[in-house]
Ligand binder design. Structure first.
Ligand SMILES: Cc1cc2nc3c(=O)[nH]c(=O)nc-3n(C[C@H](O)[C@H](O)[C@H](O)COP(=O)(O)OP(=O)(O)OC[C@H]3O[C@@H](n4cnc5c(N)ncnc54)[C@H](O)[C@@H]3O)c2cc1C
Length: 448
């Protein structure tokens, strides 16, 4: 049951994209074995703060709204790739308090529509070197993702997706039921299973990344290159040139006005709300997505597993907790909290797909507010308002996209041009009907 054999050629290479001699974390701030020894001998008293708490300046070259993964990655790449360091990231809460710290940590590049495929593959490649580059252990784990098919139709859809991935140089393998069993025997192979396993699409390089380490590592690296990270500061409006329709020349915040030559929005689940402050109506809605984690149990699940029919996904964290989630709540909301009906539904799916989960107690469950764009794909583009740039609509796929998103958004902000792999992720596709209709679907690709 093989996927069409295509010579595996990487059509894009993150290594070629990155400037080899770009600055990394500033010398004095580097973590190393020697630094641990030196600090240990001094009683561990003089570790530097990971990032400063600067007062906002009156103006910057570039202001980024939102200190989540995307805002921080953008600021980091502006400084490291483009040498633009007079940058502020404005965060209304605390770093890591948004979706960057609420997601289920899955990374993958199993997208199949032009616009998404190479963009997400670039992101996966950027994850591969990011811990070293940031001098911060992001715990990138290429444990692989098994995407289960429960019926022949799903298996056909996965075969098509796998072929497209391979044609683009991305790793993908179609597995038989027996091959899935050999990889992950604790899944439900019972003859009485409600969702019988027919086969799966396997992406070996997919996996997980420690989410809050991503926020902290990017913040520390950006700060050490001169970026000001300003927490507890909400953007409540925009400064406009001349009248209220003029170019954006800064932001109004709860800590005063800050001028900027360019402003980049990276406010995730609040994109539409913040854009409205500039008079923009975007093809984005906000929805709640929930997840849960059990108490730690013995190692029993080596991969990320997702199920196409149930839209359920599960992995085991390094601490032993089973981390799982499912569908959106399907009503618009800005409330970042969980509720019992959704958790009951995904807990039932956990029991069906991965029976060992039924014996584990749920330790925590939570929710995050997600930007859902109308075609399920993201937007990295300038807006119709001069000086205002947009990074949003990340839907289910935003965490895995963090490095490529920051890389491409920084390119747009620095050069005024869309980066090659993000050139289809434009805002006008909604007006012109060029949709990238790939609803991302959390850890599971959809059936298109
Ligand atoms: C339960 C759950 C599970 C998920 N699982 C995965 C997964 O496994 N893999 C995956 O790829 N993706 C996943 N996602 C999606 C992913 O987390 C998001 O798409 C992504 O994190 C969004 O980008 P961000 O990190 O920049 O967002 P955020 O961290 O939310 O950053 C946006 C920031 O903007 C700030 N902000 C908003 N308004 C203002 C304002 N007016 N002024 C100043 N600051 C403002 C917010 O406070 C917030 O900190 C999941 C999401 C959830 C909720």
């Amino acid at each position: 049951m093989g996927v069409v054999s295509v010579k595996r050629v990487r059509l894009i290479s993150a290594k070629r994209e990155l400037k080899s001699e770009r600055p990394r974390v500033a010398e004095g701030a580097r973590y190393s074995a020697l630094a641990i020894l030196r600090h240990g001998l001094r009683g561990d008293k003089d570790w530097k703060r990971s990032w400063r708490e600067p007062e906002p300046k009156s103006g910057y070259d570039i202001v980024i709204v939102g200190g989540g993964g995307h805002g921080l990655a953008t600021a980091y790449f502006l400084a490291s790739q483009h040498g633009i360091r007079n940058v502020a990231v404005i965060e209304r809460g605390y770093l890591g308090g948004g979706n960057v710290g609420r997601n289920t940590t899955i990374i993958r590049s199993n997208y199949m529509l032009p616009g998404n495929t190479l963009f997400y593959e670039l992101s996966l490649q950027l994850w591969e070197g990011l811990s070293r580059e940031l001098n911060y252990n992001l715990m990138v784990s290429h444990r692989g993702q098994i995407n289960l098919a429960h019926d022949p139709h799903s298996l056909d859809a996965l075969r098509r997706r796998g072929n497209i991935m391979r044609a683009n140089g991305i790793d993908a393998e179609l597995l038989t039921r027996e091959e899935v069993w050999r990889l992950s025997p604790n899944l439900n192979f019972s003859a009485a299973a409600r969702f019988p396993i027919r086969g799966a699409l396997w992406q070996p390089r997919a996996g997980t990344v420690r989410h809050d380490a991503v926020a902290w590592g990017l913040a520390r690296a950006a700060d050490s290159l001169g970026v000001d990270i300003i927490q507890n500061c909400e953007v409540v409006g925009f400064l406009r040139k001349g009248d209220s329709d003029g170019a954006v020349i800064g932001v109004r915040t709860t800590r005063g006005d800050i001028r900027a030559e360019r402003v980049g929005l990276a406010a995730a689940g609040h994109t539409s709300h913040v854009a409205r402050l500039a008079g923009l109506r975007l093809p984005i809605e906000s929805h709640l997505l929930q997840a849960a984690v059990t108490e730690p149990v013995k190692p029993c699940l080596d991969q990320v597993v997702s199920s196409l029919a149930t839209h359920f996904y599960i992995s085991q964290s390094d601490r032993g907790g089973l981390v799982f989630g499912g569908h959106l709540d399907h009503y618009n909301s800005y409330a970042a909290r969980g509720n019992l009906p959704a958790i009951e539904e995904i807990a039932a799916q956990a029991r069906d797909v991965f029976p060992p989960a039924s014996g584990a107690r749920i330790l925590r469950h939570w929710g995050g507010v997600m930007d859902m764009s109308m075609d399920g794909s993201p937007i990295i583009d300038r807006t119709s308002v001069e000086g205002l740039y947009l990074n949003g609509g990340w839907c289910y796929g935003g965490f895995k996209a963090t490095p490529a998103s920051g890389f491409c958004f920084s390119h747009l902000l620095a050069t005024g041009e869309s980066h090659g792999v993000a050139k289809l992720l434009t805002l006008d596709r909604f007006a012109e009907g060029r949709l990238i209709d790939e609803t991302g679907h959390g850890a599971t690709p959809n059936l298109h």
